[in-house]
Design a protein around this ligand. Sequence first.
Ligand code: SIN
Ligand code: FE2
Length: 208
Amino acid sequence: MIGTSDGFSLHSGWFDRGAQHALAQEILERVARSPLYQPTMPRTGKPLSVKMTNLGPLGWMTDKQGGYRYQSRHPVTDEPWPDIPETLIALWDAVSGWPDPPQACLVNWYGPDARMGLHVDADEDAKSAPVVSVSLGDAARFRLGGPTRKGPTRSMRLNSGDVVVLGGESRRFHHGVDRIYAGSSTLLPPDWRPGRINLTLRRVRQSF
Ligand code: SIN
Ligand code: FE2
C-alpha cells in the first residue's frame, strides 16, 4: 500500500485475479440490465469519452440540460439503478474509515482512446467521506494533482485489481486519467476488450 499524509492511498493488487473475475462478472451482469449510456457536458452537450452507468440508490449523471447531479433512476431505461455488490460494500468498510455505507457506485467504461480530464469530485453533500475507486481490465495512467488546478501533479499506473482511496485532504484534489494501456489485461470478456472499467464508490448525502 502506498499511503501519503494527505489521505491518498493506492492499494496495489487489493483484488487478486479470482476476485477481479468474480467482481467483473457481478458488474457486467448489472450493466446488462442497466446499460452504459453516453454522458454529455453541461451547456455544450459535448460527449465525454467515457461511457457510464451506476449502481446503488443514487447515480452520478451529466447531460446538456441538467448538468452534474445525482439521481435515483437510469436516464434511458428510467429504472432504479441495480444494487451495489456486497464485495464493494465490504471493500468500502475495509478501506474508507467511514461509518455510513456508500450510496453511489459510478461505473465508468474507458475504451482504448478514452480519457478523463483533471477534475475534482464535488457534487456530493458528504464532502468529507472518501471516494474509493476500483480498476478492472486494462491498466490506466492516473494523474493526481492538488487542491488547485495549476499545481504540480504526479502520475501512477493503475492495474486491474488496484484500489485507490481519496480521503482526507486528497478528497478535494484534482485527478484524471491520461490514457489507457489498451490490451494490457485479459481479465474482461472479449466483447469488453480492449478497455477498462473503473468503479467509484461515494457517499452522497450526509444522512439518509
Ligand atoms: C474518476 O475520477 O471518476 C475516475 C478515476 C479513474 O478512472 O480511475
Ligand atoms: Fe473523479
